[in-house]
Design a protein around this ligand. Sequence first.
Ligand code: UT7
Length: 326
Amino acid sequence: MTAAGIVGTGSALPERVITNFDLEKLVDTSDQWIAERTGIRERRQAAPRETTSTLCIQASQRALEMAGLGPHDLDIIICSTISPDMPLPSTAAFIQHGLGARNVMSFDLAAACSGFLFGVTVAEQFIRTGKARYVLVVGAELLSRFLDYKDRATCVLFGDGVAAGIIGPVEPPSGILATTMRTDGNFAEHLYIPAGGALKPASCETVRAREHYIKMKGNELFKVAVRSLEEVCRNVLEKAQITANDLDLFVPHQANQRITEAVRERLGLCTEKVFSNISRIGNTSSASIPLCLDECVRSGRIRKGHMVLTAAFGAGVTWGAALMRW
Ligand code: UT7
Protein backbone atom coordinates (compact mmCIF):
# COMPACT_ATOMS: atom_id res chain seq x y z
CA MET A 1 0.00 0.00 0.00
CA THR A 2 1.28 3.48 -0.90
CA ALA A 3 1.09 6.15 1.80
CA ALA A 4 -0.95 9.20 0.74
CA GLY A 5 -0.62 12.78 1.93
CA ILE A 6 -1.20 16.39 0.95
CA VAL A 7 1.66 17.39 -1.34
CA GLY A 8 0.47 20.87 -2.34
CA THR A 9 -2.09 23.48 -1.33
CA GLY A 10 -3.41 26.66 -2.87
CA SER A 11 -6.20 29.14 -2.27
CA ALA A 12 -8.13 31.92 -3.95
CA LEU A 13 -10.05 34.52 -1.98
CA PRO A 14 -12.17 37.26 -3.54
CA GLU A 15 -10.73 40.74 -2.89
CA ARG A 16 -13.90 42.37 -1.60
CA VAL A 17 -14.09 42.43 2.22
CA ILE A 18 -17.49 42.67 3.96
CA THR A 19 -17.14 43.83 7.57
CA ASN A 20 -19.62 43.42 10.39
CA PHE A 21 -20.21 47.16 10.10
CA ASP A 22 -21.25 46.71 6.45
CA LEU A 23 -23.81 44.11 7.59
CA GLU A 24 -25.15 46.46 10.29
CA LYS A 25 -26.49 48.52 7.38
CA LEU A 26 -28.38 45.54 5.91
CA VAL A 27 -29.92 43.71 8.89
CA ASP A 28 -30.68 44.30 12.55
CA THR A 29 -27.31 43.17 13.91
CA SER A 30 -24.17 44.63 15.44
CA ASP A 31 -20.43 44.15 15.20
CA GLN A 32 -20.47 43.35 18.91
CA TRP A 33 -23.10 40.58 18.59
CA ILE A 34 -21.37 38.94 15.62
CA ALA A 35 -17.87 39.15 17.12
CA GLU A 36 -18.92 37.91 20.58
CA ARG A 37 -21.21 35.09 19.39
CA THR A 38 -19.11 33.86 16.46
CA GLY A 39 -15.62 35.40 16.46
CA ILE A 40 -16.21 36.75 12.94
CA ARG A 41 -15.21 40.34 12.08
CA GLU A 42 -15.10 40.18 8.31
CA ARG A 43 -15.59 37.82 5.39
CA ARG A 44 -14.96 37.90 1.62
CA GLN A 45 -17.55 38.32 -1.11
CA ALA A 46 -17.03 37.39 -4.75
CA ALA A 47 -17.31 40.05 -7.45
CA PRO A 48 -20.04 39.52 -10.08
CA ARG A 49 -17.46 38.35 -12.66
CA GLU A 50 -16.09 35.69 -10.28
CA THR A 51 -17.69 32.24 -10.15
CA THR A 52 -17.02 29.13 -8.10
CA SER A 53 -15.08 27.55 -10.96
CA THR A 54 -12.93 30.61 -11.79
CA LEU A 55 -11.70 30.73 -8.18
CA CYS A 56 -11.28 26.92 -8.23
CA ILE A 57 -8.98 27.15 -11.23
CA GLN A 58 -6.79 29.81 -9.55
CA ALA A 59 -6.55 27.85 -6.28
CA SER A 60 -5.81 24.59 -8.13
CA GLN A 61 -3.03 26.18 -10.18
CA ARG A 62 -1.41 27.45 -6.98
CA ALA A 63 -1.66 23.97 -5.40
CA LEU A 64 -0.17 22.33 -8.51
CA GLU A 65 2.67 24.86 -8.44
CA MET A 66 3.46 24.09 -4.79
CA ALA A 67 3.43 20.36 -5.56
CA GLY A 68 5.70 20.89 -8.58
CA LEU A 69 3.12 19.23 -10.83
CA GLY A 70 1.23 20.09 -14.00
CA PRO A 71 -2.44 19.46 -14.86
CA HIS A 72 -1.50 16.34 -16.86
CA ASP A 73 -0.22 14.70 -13.68
CA LEU A 74 -3.75 14.61 -12.23
CA ASP A 75 -5.78 11.39 -12.35
CA ILE A 76 -8.88 12.61 -10.50
CA ILE A 77 -10.46 16.00 -9.72
CA ILE A 78 -12.96 16.17 -6.86
CA CYS A 79 -14.75 19.43 -6.22
CA SER A 80 -16.52 19.69 -2.89
CA THR A 81 -19.17 22.40 -3.15
CA ILE A 82 -22.72 23.27 -2.20
CA SER A 83 -22.52 26.43 -4.29
CA PRO A 84 -21.67 25.12 -7.77
CA ASP A 85 -21.62 27.33 -10.88
CA MET A 86 -24.85 25.57 -11.92
CA PRO A 87 -26.78 22.38 -11.07
CA LEU A 88 -25.56 20.70 -14.27
CA PRO A 89 -22.79 19.97 -15.23
CA SER A 90 -20.44 19.63 -12.29
CA THR A 91 -18.08 22.42 -11.28
CA ALA A 92 -15.33 19.76 -11.48
CA ALA A 93 -15.90 19.63 -15.26
CA PHE A 94 -15.17 23.36 -15.49
CA ILE A 95 -12.04 22.91 -13.38
CA GLN A 96 -10.81 20.11 -15.68
CA HIS A 97 -11.37 22.30 -18.72
CA GLY A 98 -9.86 25.42 -17.13
CA LEU A 99 -6.72 23.59 -16.03
CA GLY A 100 -6.42 21.70 -19.30
CA ALA A 101 -6.16 18.36 -17.50
CA ARG A 102 -6.46 15.26 -19.72
CA ASN A 103 -7.69 11.70 -19.11
CA VAL A 104 -9.03 12.66 -15.74
CA MET A 105 -12.17 11.61 -13.82
CA SER A 106 -13.83 14.75 -12.43
CA PHE A 107 -16.85 14.97 -10.18
CA ASP A 108 -18.52 17.11 -7.53
CA LEU A 109 -19.08 15.98 -3.98
CA ALA A 110 -21.86 17.36 -1.77
CA ALA A 111 -21.08 17.04 1.92
CA ALA A 112 -21.10 20.75 2.82
CA CYS A 113 -18.54 21.80 5.45
CA SER A 114 -17.16 18.25 5.76
CA GLY A 115 -16.75 17.93 2.00
CA PHE A 116 -13.03 18.63 1.77
CA LEU A 117 -12.27 15.91 4.32
CA PHE A 118 -14.71 13.52 2.57
CA GLY A 119 -12.81 14.24 -0.67
CA VAL A 120 -9.42 13.66 0.96
CA THR A 121 -10.69 10.31 2.29
CA VAL A 122 -11.85 9.24 -1.18
CA ALA A 123 -8.57 10.39 -2.74
CA GLU A 124 -6.54 8.50 -0.14
CA GLN A 125 -8.15 5.18 -1.11
CA PHE A 126 -7.26 5.59 -4.79
CA ILE A 127 -3.63 6.44 -3.99
CA ARG A 128 -3.17 3.72 -1.38
CA THR A 129 -4.42 1.07 -3.78
CA GLY A 130 -2.34 2.39 -6.67
CA LYS A 131 -5.42 3.23 -8.80
CA ALA A 132 -4.39 6.89 -8.97
CA ARG A 133 -1.21 8.87 -8.33
CA TYR A 134 -2.38 12.45 -7.90
CA VAL A 135 -5.86 13.63 -6.91
CA LEU A 136 -6.90 17.28 -6.80
CA VAL A 137 -9.46 17.97 -4.07
CA VAL A 138 -11.00 21.44 -4.12
CA GLY A 139 -13.18 22.93 -1.37
CA ALA A 140 -15.12 25.71 -3.06
CA GLU A 141 -17.93 27.99 -1.93
CA LEU A 142 -19.57 31.16 -3.16
CA LEU A 143 -22.14 31.11 -0.39
CA SER A 144 -22.88 34.82 -0.84
CA ARG A 145 -24.92 33.77 -3.90
CA PHE A 146 -27.13 31.60 -1.67
CA LEU A 147 -27.48 33.88 1.35
CA ASP A 148 -30.58 35.85 2.27
CA TYR A 149 -29.29 39.32 3.14
CA LYS A 150 -32.57 39.84 5.03
CA ASP A 151 -31.88 36.91 7.39
CA ARG A 152 -29.53 37.98 10.17
CA ALA A 153 -29.29 34.41 11.48
CA THR A 154 -27.31 33.32 8.41
CA CYS A 155 -26.01 36.26 6.35
CA VAL A 156 -23.51 37.34 9.00
CA LEU A 157 -21.87 33.92 9.22
CA PHE A 158 -20.84 32.77 5.78
CA GLY A 159 -18.16 33.96 3.36
CA ASP A 160 -16.76 33.13 -0.06
CA GLY A 161 -13.48 31.36 -0.73
CA VAL A 162 -11.82 28.42 -2.45
CA ALA A 163 -8.83 26.25 -1.57
CA ALA A 164 -7.33 23.12 -3.04
CA GLY A 165 -5.13 20.26 -1.94
CA ILE A 166 -3.21 17.79 -4.09
CA ILE A 167 -3.22 14.33 -2.57
CA GLY A 168 -0.40 12.11 -3.71
CA PRO A 169 2.13 9.45 -2.68
CA VAL A 170 4.40 10.37 0.25
CA GLU A 171 7.21 8.67 2.19
CA PRO A 172 6.18 7.24 5.59
CA PRO A 173 6.02 8.25 8.37
CA SER A 174 4.36 11.21 6.55
CA GLY A 175 0.83 10.80 5.27
CA ILE A 176 -2.81 10.46 6.22
CA LEU A 177 -2.72 8.33 9.36
CA ALA A 178 -6.42 7.93 10.21
CA THR A 179 -9.81 9.22 9.04
CA THR A 180 -13.37 8.91 10.31
CA MET A 181 -16.32 10.33 8.36
CA ARG A 182 -19.99 10.28 9.37
CA THR A 183 -23.48 11.39 8.27
CA ASP A 184 -26.85 11.69 10.01
CA GLY A 185 -29.69 12.78 7.71
CA ASN A 186 -32.01 13.07 10.70
CA PHE A 187 -30.79 16.65 11.03
CA ALA A 188 -31.14 17.49 7.32
CA GLU A 189 -33.55 20.37 7.90
CA HIS A 190 -31.33 22.04 10.47
CA LEU A 191 -29.26 23.50 7.61
CA TYR A 192 -30.67 23.42 4.10
CA ILE A 193 -31.90 25.20 0.98
CA PRO A 194 -35.58 24.20 0.69
CA ALA A 195 -36.26 24.98 -2.98
CA GLY A 196 -34.61 24.72 -6.36
CA GLY A 197 -34.24 20.92 -6.34
CA ALA A 198 -36.47 18.02 -7.47
CA LEU A 199 -38.51 18.16 -4.27
CA LYS A 200 -39.52 21.79 -4.76
CA PRO A 201 -38.56 23.00 -8.22
CA ALA A 202 -38.01 26.71 -8.75
CA SER A 203 -41.25 28.66 -9.22
CA CYS A 204 -42.41 32.24 -8.70
CA GLU A 205 -43.83 31.12 -5.33
CA THR A 206 -40.57 29.58 -4.10
CA VAL A 207 -38.67 32.70 -5.10
CA ARG A 208 -41.23 34.94 -3.39
CA ALA A 209 -40.95 32.80 -0.23
CA ARG A 210 -37.14 33.20 -0.37
CA GLU A 211 -36.77 29.41 -0.34
CA HIS A 212 -33.64 29.39 -2.52
CA TYR A 213 -31.59 30.71 0.34
CA ILE A 214 -29.78 28.89 3.14
CA LYS A 215 -31.92 28.28 6.25
CA MET A 216 -30.32 27.25 9.53
CA LYS A 217 -31.34 26.29 13.07
CA GLY A 218 -27.99 27.45 14.40
CA ASN A 219 -28.64 27.07 18.08
CA GLU A 220 -29.65 23.41 17.80
CA LEU A 221 -26.76 22.63 15.45
CA PHE A 222 -24.26 24.16 17.87
CA LYS A 223 -24.70 21.40 20.46
CA VAL A 224 -24.64 18.60 17.86
CA ALA A 225 -21.49 20.12 16.33
CA VAL A 226 -19.51 20.19 19.59
CA ARG A 227 -20.51 16.61 20.53
CA SER A 228 -19.85 15.23 17.05
CA LEU A 229 -16.49 16.94 16.58
CA GLU A 230 -15.21 15.68 19.90
CA GLU A 231 -16.31 12.14 19.06
CA VAL A 232 -14.55 11.92 15.67
CA CYS A 233 -11.40 13.60 16.97
CA ARG A 234 -11.13 11.05 19.77
CA ASN A 235 -11.87 8.30 17.27
CA VAL A 236 -8.97 9.14 14.91
CA LEU A 237 -6.54 9.70 17.79
CA GLU A 238 -7.46 6.25 19.07
CA LYS A 239 -7.09 4.67 15.61
CA ALA A 240 -3.57 6.15 15.31
CA GLN A 241 -2.83 5.27 18.95
CA ILE A 242 -1.74 8.77 19.89
CA THR A 243 -3.07 11.34 22.34
CA ALA A 244 -4.04 14.99 21.94
CA ASN A 245 -0.67 15.85 23.54
CA ASP A 246 1.11 14.43 20.50
CA LEU A 247 -0.55 16.94 18.16
CA ASP A 248 1.34 19.91 16.77
CA LEU A 249 -1.77 21.61 15.42
CA PHE A 250 -5.55 21.23 15.46
CA VAL A 251 -7.28 22.73 12.40
CA PRO A 252 -11.05 22.71 12.95
CA HIS A 253 -13.74 23.82 10.50
CA GLN A 254 -14.29 27.53 11.08
CA ALA A 255 -18.02 27.70 11.92
CA ASN A 256 -17.94 29.51 15.22
CA GLN A 257 -15.06 30.41 17.55
CA ARG A 258 -17.17 29.21 20.49
CA ILE A 259 -17.51 25.75 18.88
CA THR A 260 -13.74 25.62 18.33
CA GLU A 261 -13.16 26.69 21.92
CA ALA A 262 -15.57 24.07 23.32
CA VAL A 263 -13.95 21.27 21.30
CA ARG A 264 -10.45 22.48 22.23
CA GLU A 265 -11.37 22.36 25.89
CA ARG A 266 -12.93 18.90 25.65
CA LEU A 267 -9.81 17.55 23.93
CA GLY A 268 -7.58 19.21 26.52
CA LEU A 269 -5.54 21.17 23.97
CA CYS A 270 -3.80 24.46 24.72
CA THR A 271 -4.91 27.48 22.65
CA GLU A 272 -1.52 27.75 20.90
CA LYS A 273 -2.16 24.40 19.20
CA VAL A 274 -5.46 25.46 17.64
CA PHE A 275 -5.62 27.37 14.37
CA SER A 276 -8.29 29.96 13.69
CA ASN A 277 -8.84 32.45 10.88
CA ILE A 278 -12.58 32.87 11.39
CA SER A 279 -12.26 36.55 12.34
CA ARG A 280 -10.96 37.36 8.82
CA ILE A 281 -12.66 34.69 6.69
CA GLY A 282 -15.95 33.69 8.35
CA ASN A 283 -17.51 30.31 7.63
CA THR A 284 -16.63 29.18 4.09
CA SER A 285 -18.09 25.66 4.43
CA SER A 286 -16.08 23.25 2.19
CA ALA A 287 -13.29 25.77 1.71
CA SER A 288 -12.74 26.34 5.40
CA ILE A 289 -10.27 23.55 6.19
CA PRO A 290 -8.16 23.79 3.00
CA LEU A 291 -7.99 27.59 3.39
CA CYS A 292 -6.62 27.07 6.91
CA LEU A 293 -4.16 24.40 5.75
CA ASP A 294 -2.88 26.55 2.90
CA GLU A 295 -2.39 29.52 5.20
CA CYS A 296 -0.57 27.35 7.77
CA VAL A 297 1.69 25.69 5.21
CA ARG A 298 2.63 28.99 3.52
CA SER A 299 3.27 30.76 6.84
CA GLY A 300 5.35 27.89 8.24
CA ARG A 301 2.84 27.11 10.97
CA ILE A 302 2.66 23.59 9.49
CA ARG A 303 6.06 22.08 8.71
CA LYS A 304 7.32 18.69 7.62
CA GLY A 305 6.87 16.12 10.37
CA HIS A 306 4.08 18.00 12.13
CA MET A 307 1.15 15.99 13.45
CA VAL A 308 -1.99 17.79 12.27
CA LEU A 309 -5.58 16.96 13.23
CA THR A 310 -8.40 18.40 11.10
CA ALA A 311 -12.12 18.09 11.86
CA ALA A 312 -15.29 19.36 10.24
CA PHE A 313 -19.04 19.46 10.83
CA GLY A 314 -21.74 20.67 8.46
CA ALA A 315 -25.08 20.30 6.69
CA GLY A 316 -26.45 16.81 6.23
CA VAL A 317 -25.44 16.61 8.94
CA THR A 318 -21.98 15.39 8.05
CA TRP A 319 -18.87 15.34 10.16
CA GLY A 320 -15.41 13.87 10.14
CA ALA A 321 -11.80 14.08 11.23
CA ALA A 322 -8.51 13.34 9.50
CA LEU A 323 -5.14 12.95 11.19
CA MET A 324 -2.06 13.59 9.07
CA ARG A 325 1.67 13.72 9.57
CA TRP A 326 2.97 16.41 7.21
O1 UT7 B 1 -20.80 25.28 9.37
C1 UT7 B 1 -21.98 24.55 9.36
C2 UT7 B 1 -22.47 24.21 10.70
N1 UT7 B 1 -22.93 25.35 11.35
C3 UT7 B 1 -22.85 25.44 12.67
O2 UT7 B 1 -22.35 24.55 13.29
C4 UT7 B 1 -23.42 26.67 13.30
C5 UT7 B 1 -23.71 26.43 14.73
N2 UT7 B 1 -24.39 27.52 15.38
C6 UT7 B 1 -23.84 28.72 15.69
O3 UT7 B 1 -22.72 29.00 15.34
C7 UT7 B 1 -24.64 29.67 16.56
O4 UT7 B 1 -25.78 28.99 17.04
C8 UT7 B 1 -25.10 30.97 15.84
C9 UT7 B 1 -23.91 31.88 15.64
C10 UT7 B 1 -25.72 30.63 14.50
C11 UT7 B 1 -26.11 31.72 16.69
O5 UT7 B 1 -25.57 32.00 17.98
P1 UT7 B 1 -26.38 31.66 19.30
O6 UT7 B 1 -25.60 32.13 20.43
O7 UT7 B 1 -26.74 30.19 19.24
O8 UT7 B 1 -27.68 32.57 19.15
P2 UT7 B 1 -29.22 32.14 19.09
O9 UT7 B 1 -29.55 31.54 17.76
O10 UT7 B 1 -29.57 31.36 20.32
O11 UT7 B 1 -29.90 33.54 19.18
C12 UT7 B 1 -29.78 34.37 20.35
C13 UT7 B 1 -30.42 35.71 20.06
C14 UT7 B 1 -31.82 35.58 19.47
O12 UT7 B 1 -32.62 36.62 19.98
P3 UT7 B 1 -33.64 36.36 21.20
O13 UT7 B 1 -34.58 35.31 20.70
O14 UT7 B 1 -32.77 35.88 22.34
O15 UT7 B 1 -34.25 37.68 21.39
C15 UT7 B 1 -31.60 35.80 17.99
O16 UT7 B 1 -32.73 36.32 17.34
O17 UT7 B 1 -29.65 36.42 19.10
C16 UT7 B 1 -30.49 36.83 18.03
N3 UT7 B 1 -29.71 36.87 16.80
C17 UT7 B 1 -29.00 37.96 16.43
N4 UT7 B 1 -28.84 39.17 16.99
C18 UT7 B 1 -28.06 40.06 16.36
C19 UT7 B 1 -29.51 35.89 15.89
N5 UT7 B 1 -28.71 36.33 14.91
C20 UT7 B 1 -28.37 37.61 15.22
C21 UT7 B 1 -27.57 38.57 14.61
N6 UT7 B 1 -27.43 39.77 15.21
N7 UT7 B 1 -26.91 38.34 13.46
